[in-house]
Ligand binder design. Structure first.
Ligand code: HEM
Length: 447
């Protein structure tokens, strides 16, 4: 099938001397191809136009996209701002730390980050909190015999992130639905009519915010309770410039969003890869049997090298965050070009994650590239989590929950004499933006 590009738009145009990718539709630009076929779109643009080109993100406007690996270093550049994220998705990410720079960003990040480091996670006993929830879920899959994998991992991840935050886990499918609608705000055409994504996305956000406001009120009323919301509320209230409840609610909404969709997608891809590559499953089962139980502390993760390699390679081949927007505040040198101050930029993590310049045989799923390495993990090896001041806060948490999940899955299924099997086609229905995920319809059997 050819890409979802507009055959009527064949003009060769330049902006700031940089080519615009042909094939944009009115209103939605290249979004249909970005959402459904991003890797091919980037490769085709690089082949035909070179390393720098403009993509049209519809309502979010044009972003100058650079596939030269130098673009990754922009994430650490002092003259590059994240405020464009708020311009693109004001209703979803406005007032959140991911869209802030400098002091405001540091203040909000400092209130949260310690809880997500290995020490904070261990002190809070997060591994012990998660292990039984994960085990119960994979046991239910074993009993059912087959599952729609992304729906299941989405549900499980919500449950985990809610328990981490100290939020009672009621109506998880309802929250899951609201979050999917909320994400649509990033790509929604600017038409506010009943039933359309913009109206649905706004309603979902208002619903979520009303619930979160109540949790914040509860946290203040019962200060002795545990959970990250309580820690955040006290950290925010303690700060020199107390931040408003709007900022607090927006950041909790960000954490729930960031900690749910990306991890659900990665976990679903892990199961899909285990189902379609029997050798991977055998290696994982061998490790799980040797380890004998689901690890609960960060220190135990060193015993689970196959599970860790599986997590890293799954994310490399299927990065959940594919593109990062930024704005150049000053004129910049990027690869062979000067980029004018003010240029909106798109940094294609997906392209670097699977680039032959950074990885040998990048299209092959190889655990060996992690198992046989002797040097420590560098920023470029975990580029799926970004780098610089905004590098993902959840990295250590994801590592813990992915390894716990792999070991629990292998122990449970192996004991029952079954293994994961793919029951659907994988290529159809996968999405790459706003976050990437496999098709919602993929089914996995355990037999
Ligand atoms: C596989 C899972 C995940 C992936 C691939 C991922 C990816 C990313 C990336 C690429 C960024 C950088 C954004 C930027 O520079 O603009 C980021 C930031 C962030 N992530 Fe994650 N993430 C994951 C899971 C999590 C989890 C579990 C949490 C927390 C519960 C989390 C919380 C955050 C937060 C709060 C930020 C913003 C940090 C800042 O702006 O300072 N993420 N993530």
């Amino acid at each position: 099938m050819d890409m979802l590009l507009n055959p009527l738009d064949r003009r060769h145009r330049l902006r700031d001397d940089i080519p615009v990718v042909p094939g944009a539709f009115p209103l939605v630009g290249h979004l249909p191809a970005i959402v459904c076929d991003l890797p091919r779109l980037l490769r085709r643009a690089e082949r035909t136009l070179g390393s720098h080109f403009w993509l049209d993100f519809g309502p979010a406007g044009h972003l100058m996209t650079c596939v030269d690996p130098d673009a990754f270093a922009l994430l650490r550049h002092k003259d590059v701002s994240s405020a464009l994220i708020e311009e693109i998705a004001p209703e979803l990410l406005g007032g959140t730390l991911v869209a802030q720079d400098g002091g405001a960003h540091r203040q909000a990040r400092d209130a949260i980050k310690a809880a997500f480091l290995p020490k904070g996670l261990t002190q809070a006993g997060i591994g012990n909190l998660f292990a039984p929830v994960i085990q119960a879920r994979v046991q239910a899959w074993r009993d059912r015999g087959d599952v729609t994998i992304l729906r299941e991992t989405g549900d499980l991840m919500l449950k985990l992130i809610f328990s981490l935050m100290g939020i009672p886990a009621q109506d998880l499918p309802g929250w899951h639905r609201k979050y999917r609608q909320l994400l649509q705000l990033i790509v929604a055409p600017p038409v506010d009519l009943p039933g359309l994504p913009l109206r649905r996305g706004r309603a979902a956000r208002d619903w979520i915010d009303a619930q979160l406001r109540q949790f914040v009120r509860d946290a203040r009323a019962h200060a002795a309770r545990t959970g990250l919301i309580n820690d955040m509320v006290s950290a925010f209230d303690r700060g020199d410039d107390a931040l408003s409840d709007d900022v607090l609610v927006a950041n909790i909404r960000l954490l729930l969003l960031a900690g749910h969709d990306t991890t659900a997608s990665t976990m679903a891809w892990m199961v899909i890869e285990l189902a379609r590559q029997p050798g991977l499953w055998d290696a994982l089962v061998e490790e799980a049997q040797r380890v004998g139980a689901v690890p609960t502390r960060h220190a135990d993760l060193a015993q689970c090298l196959v599970a860790e390699a599986l997590f890293r390679e799954t994310l490399r081949v299927h990065p959940a965050t594919t593109l990062l927007p930024r704005r150049a505040l000053q004129e910049l040198q990027l690869g062979q070009r000067r980029i004018p101050a003010g240029t909106p930029l798109c940094i294609p993590l997906l392209h670097f994650s699977t680039s032959a310049l950074l990885h040998e045989a990048p299209d092959q799923f190889r655990l060996a590239r992690w198992l046989q390495r002797t040097e420590p993990i560098r920023p470029v090896d975990m580029l799926q989590f970004g780098t610089g001041p905004h590098v993902c806060i959840g990295y250590h948490l994801v590592w813990l929950e992915m390894v716990q999940f792999c070991i629990a899955l292998a122990l449970t299924m192996h004991k029952a004499g079954v293994r994961p099997r793919l029951l659907s086609a994988v290529e159809k229905g996968r999405r790459y933006f706003p976050t990437a995920h496999p098709s919602m319809k993929i089914r996995i059997g355990f037999s």
